[in-house]
Design a protein around this ligand. Structure first.
Ligand code: KIV
Ligand code: ZN
Length: 506
């Protein structure tokens, strides 16, 4: 069976979309999880774009040892120099260089003729090859390029040493039938194509990114570029989890395999939403809240009689925990460790100690602790940035006929204890956030605030995502979880502030 290589660009094409920015520590966490998921290549960033991007490519290259790490570079010497420099410590580096090949991009954006684009391709692939054996060349806007010209560009790139040629549908314009034909045309008309991987990179502007990707692999593409949850520019990129689960579920029409451990899909998706604070829609294929929920009586009846009547893949196959009672307050550490293992948790001992203490505290309050509750705690524990501030305690006095007051006490990394009482007509969260602002000596614009319940029931844990904006216009994400929604809100706010402090110091 043919392997389809997974090139994940969550940290490059995904991260560059508005609302999805991540700090260095978050990118490292995400990269480690992608390695665990079993992708073949992590595109870690665009090294020349900023010092932050350069740093994250080089730090990811430094810690990821089992997977290829790529950096994007325009077909320019200075971009390629930066990519090569950032990838220095990578075990398996790849420079990914690109230039546009469609008439519209060449005329208006590049202001280059076809011959000039051919020349740049040849020269820049050769230039990159000086640094690195593994070179990917992308013909940007390939799906709207003149096929005969595209064939010539790809041929030049291969002659100059490219090991992968990528055929992006940059603006999400193509259709499965057309894209399939384009890949067949490339296989028939480009000399040397058998020596390299053909890669596809689809955007979702018309909602066709995954369908186009699958059409391309049936035409002979051997690498797919995709992102977790389909995040990316505009309507996003092809969603990794959808491509992989199509391949796994429809072996009859997709006789391929990938290296992805599908049981890590749910955790990877949740880690991304927890970091970015952007949830997927409930009906999102594979990882949406409703993706495995059977609501209608007819469906439920069918499921009870025989699961396969309405279930084409199991929740367990993507690592989704069933919402069943698992442990209670009498459960010991051993049972808890077994459960973590079953849920795919690979935290170190000190984090497991903290997690166990949190589980005990939750079991005391909640009685029935489900797999989903534990998964929510697991993801939060992943947040490893140093805590400049930690919540020590808070007291809120609130009601519908009184002004709310909130007293918040924070422990600082320096060992100091700070306390502030603030009142507000606008409720407990406003009062608490104002108290925290006074304690840290800054104020923020609350750009986004999202609250939801981890499970059903009035005793469910509340999960809060916030985005705060500083006076300089920088936005930071925060996440908090607690059985008390005011506490979850406070924790989320403090975690966003800790993120800001970490970012400012790195
Ligand atoms: O969409 C696109 O064309 C890209 C390239 C840089 C690969 O992201
Ligand atoms: Zn793209």
């Amino acid at each position: 069976m043919q392997q389809i290589k997974i090139f994940d660009t969550t940290l490059r094409d995904g991260e560059q979309a508005p609302g999805y920015s991540m700090n260095l520590s978050e990118k490292l966490e995400m990269a480690l999880q992608l390695e665990k998921l079993g992708v073949d290549t992590i595109e870690a960033g665009f090294a020349i774009a900023s010092t932050g991007d350069f740093k994250s490519v080089s730090e990811i290259a430094n810690i990821i040892k089992n997977v290829r790490v790529a950096s994007l570079a325009r077909a320019l010497e200075k971009d390629i120099d930066a990519a090569a420099q950032a990838l220095k410590k990578a075990a398996f580096p790849r420079i990914h260089t690109f230039i546009a090949t469609s008439d519209i991009h060449m005329k208006y954006k590049l202001k280059k003729t076809e011959d000039e684009v051919l020349e740049t391709t040849r020269e820049m692939v050769k230039y990159a090859k000086k640094y690195c054996e593994d070179i990917e060349f992308s013909a940007e806007d390939a799906s709207r390029s003149r096929p005969e010209f595209l064939y010539r560009v790809l041929e030049e790139a291969i002659k100059a040493g490219a090991t992968v040629v990528n055929i992006p549908d940059t603006v999400g314009y193509t259709s499965p039938h057309e894209y399939h034909k384009l890949i067949l045309g490339i296989r028939e008309n480009v000399r040397g194509i058998d020596r390299v991987d053909i890669s596809v990179h689809c955007h979702n502007d018309l909602g066709m990114a995954v369908a186009n990707t699958l059409a391309a692999i049936t035409a002979g593409a051997t690498q797919v570029e995709c992102t977790i949850n389909g995040i990316g520019e505009r309507a996003g990129n092809a969603a990794l989890e959808e491509i992989v689960m199509n391949i796994n579920t429809r072996k009859d029409i997709y006789p391929f395999f990938t290296n992805v451990n599908t049981k890590e899909i749910y955790l990877t998706s949740t880690l991304l939403t927890t970091i970015t604070g952007v949830k997927v829609q409930p009906n999102k294929a594979i990882v949406g809240d409703n993706a495995f929920a059977h609501e209608s009586g007819i469906h439920q009846h069918g499921m009870l009689e025989h699961k396969e009547t309405y279930e084409i893949m199991t929740p367990a196959s993507i690592g989704l925990a069933e919402n069943k009672m698992v442990l209670g307050k009498h459960s010991g550490r051993h049972a808890f460790l077994d459960k973590l293992k079953e849920l795919g948790c690979t935290l170190d001992d000190s984090n497991i100690d903290k997690l166990f203490a949190e589980f005990k505290a939750l079991a005391d309050k909640k009685k029935v602790v489900t797999d989903k509750d534990i998964q929510a705690l697991m993801v939060r524990r992943h947040t490893k940035i140093p805590e400049a501030y930690r919540l020590d305690r808070f007291v809120v006095n609130s009601g519908n006929t009184i002004t709310t007051t909130s007293s918040v006490r924070l422990l600082c990394k320096t060992g100091a204890i700070l306390e502030e009482v603030t009142s507000s007509y606008e409720g407990s969260i406003d009062a608490s956030y104002k108290a925290i602002d006074k304690l840290v000596g800054k104020s923020f614009i609350l750009e986004d605030f999202l609250i939801s319940a981890v499970t059903g029931g009035t005793n469910a844990q509340g999960e809060v995502y916030v985005k705060i904006k500083t006076k300089q216009g920088n936005v930071y994400n925060g996440h908090g979880i607690s059985i008390d929604i005011v506490e979850a809100s406070i924790l989320a706010y403090i975690s966003a502030i800790n993120n800001m402090i970490y970012d400012e110091r790195n």
